[in-house]
Structure formats: structure tokens, C-alpha cells
Ligand binder design. Sequence first.
Ligand SMILES: Cc1cc2nc3c(=O)[nH]c(=O)nc-3n(C[C@H](O)[C@H](O)[C@H](O)COP(=O)(O)O)c2cc1C
Length: 404
Amino acid sequence: MTAVTDPLTLPCGVSVKNRLVKGAMSEALGTRDHAPRPELPALYARWAEGGTAVLLTGNVMVDARALGEPGNVVLEDERHLAEFHSWAVQGQRDGAQAWVQLNHPGKQAPRGLNAGGTVAPSALPFSGGMARAFETPRELTVTEIHELSARFARSARLAQQAGFSGVQLHAAHGYLMSQFLSPRHNVRTDEYGGSLDNRMRFLLETFSAVRAAVGPRFPVGVKLNSSDFMRGGFSEEDSLRVVQALGERGCDLIELSGGTYEKPMMMLGQGERGGFFADFSRRARAVAGVPVCVTGGFRDAATIRSAVANGTADLVGLGRPLVADPAFSRQVLSGKDASSDVHPLRTGIRPLDRSSYLEIAWYEDAMRRLARGESVKAGETPLLALARISAEMGLGAVLRRRRA
Ligand SMILES: Cc1cc2nc3c(=O)[nH]c(=O)nc-3n(C[C@H](O)[C@H](O)[C@H](O)COP(=O)(O)O)c2cc1C
């Protein structure tokens, strides 16, 4: 039986020291010109010292003209390699690995954030309330699609040069790669749309370009949705076939999540106690042939240990529990009973409680506290966190934020 403390050798030959992963959480700690701020190395030092084997950075954008939110870090050239290097060094304390999550938002970028508008596989707006917050994108040309794969590859190579130990492509949560996978958002009639083979072409070509750029011995992972939870969207059956294709190409780690801004299941799940995507993870692991990580909703040590022991996944990803306590992994690894006190945030102000601003503001503020060496105050009213983040970033920026 596999224990959460067991090391694991990835297909590329690199070994990770245990089965716990810190999921990507966007820190919004980029400078005005999108370099990593000094809080990032400080924050990652705390996470690395907390015992977690692999630390995924919050999403780092591959194109400064395509931000997903204010405060994004961008890695597209050599300008800020020194700052990225400090971040990489601190994230690898105590034998931890630090991987950069690379992302492009496609059309899932707040209206007005990117001066040149947004691009996507097809020129389709979001439906419902989201149509107001996100503009209608322009359809990418085939040449631009090829350029984007090259852009991901260049960013991956830069992450490697900066000293990070791996990269992860963000193909989940409704961003560009996820838009290509979904038949709701991709209605192209060329080789990048239509059949699932065509819809997954951009992801697979990008994976191959990244692999070629970083070489065979550098970890390259992918974060993928189990499903978009939308009728006519990317389904579990589609996802299983993508998992299989990534496995055949030697993806080092497939991290499973689910949902998009339209249906934020990655944050909410469906009320399961054993992790939001555990059932799907079992099915995916059976066809992957490469290590699988499942992320979302894991709160207590016993459940995490049994997910590894019973073959739900090879690794378990933790997001919010590691903000509440950056050393929560130590308790999981120690074999003790422990539970993370992550719970939905409420103010009693209905419109605020129904939106995601509070949750995002609270976790961003908490990550800043961790970076300053403080502890996170679980009992404090979330309105204070919202006030502090608004004071730092401007209320307009906070209200233009993402949902996950
Ligand atoms: C503040 C915040 C920011 C997030 N940013 C990202 C991100 O940049 N990339 C990503 O793949 N997931 C992101 N997520 C989702 C997490 O990686 C994870 O899938 C989700 O929080 C569920 O895990 P948990 O229940 O352990 O928190 C974010 C979550 C939070 C709370």
C-alpha cells in the first residue's frame, strides 16, 4: 500500500519526496511591469519548509498583452530572471520542488484589462451575466495558434533557466487551453476544432513544444478539468481521452480539477467529503499510465492519506488548507489526526456572500500575511481582508477579479 510519505519517481526520472502538492493559487503579487514581487520568495520559503513535496506557483502568464487579472506575474523574456531565480531558490528549500504554472486566459479576462481585447478559439461571447464582465473575443488564426504554443515553450524554457524544478500547463478552469477543449467555446471548423482529437490538438502540440524546449529530464505537468459541468461542454468522457493522450506523451503529472468561472466547481465541489473529484480521479488514474494528482476539497489528514493508499490518486493537491496553515502537510505526513479549518467565508451581506470577491480577497490577503511571517487569522471578519486588499490594489482592481 502506498503511503503519503513515499517518494515518487516521475516519468522524466526526477523524484519527488512525498505525495503532497500545493495547488496553484494566484497571488496577484506582480509589480507594475509584471515581475515577481519580493513577497513571493518569502511566501514560498514558508510553504517549502512546511513539508509539501511539489509547490505549484500561482498562474504566471505567457503574454503581457493577455493578463487574466490585475497583479499577474508574466514570464515572456529574460528581463526579470533574477527575481524569478530568488523565487525558485526559496521554493526549493528542504528538498521541495517549485514548478511554474503557465497560463493564458483566452477570453476569460475581465473587460478592459487587456487594451488590445481578448482572443479565443472562436469569437463567441460568454452567456448570461458573464457577457457583461468579459468581452467578445477575436478568433485566433492558425498562425497565431502556432505562435502561442511557441510562447508557452519559451516561457517554460525561461522558468527552467531561472532555476525552477518544473512547469505545469494550465488547461483547466475555463482559460485558453480549456476553451480549446470545450465544444461550447470552440466551434472551429479547421484542425483545431470539431472532433475531440482536433480540440485537444492545441494542448498536445503545446505540450510537445514545451517538452522539446526543456528536454526529456525536466518535469512537465498539465492541470486538466474532469469536466466543465456545463451541458454541451468538455465532459468526463472527453477528459479521460485527454488523460490517456497526455499519458502516452509522457506527461509527468496530470493534476485533476474541474469547473470554470461559469460553474466554479474547483472552489465549491458538490459537497463531497473525500475531495471534489475523487471518483473521477480513480477512473483517470486507471487509464493515465503516468502519475495523477487530485486537487480540491481535501480537508483532513486521514482522507488525504487514504486517497493515496486506496489508489484514488498518486498525489493529493491542497490549496486553501495550505494558506490557513502553510505547514499543514507536516501534520498529514506525521500520521496524526488533523483537520484544516477552511470553511466558506460569510459576512451576512447577501450579495457579497454570493460573489467570489470575499473568498479571493481573503486568500490573497492571507498569502500576504504569510509572506510577512505572520499567521493567518481564521476568525477575523473577511470584510477586513477585503478592505486591506482594496487599499493595496484599488477597489476597482478587486472588483475586476477572477473567481478562481
Ligand atoms: C485565491 C485562489 C487562487 C487560485 N488561483 C489558481 C490558479 O492560479 N491556477 C489554478 O490552477 N488554480 C487556482 N486556484 C484553484 C486551486 O488550485 C484549487 O484547485 C482549488 O482551490 C481547490 O483546492 P482546495 O479546496 O484545496 O482549495 C485558486 C484558488 C484560490 C483559493
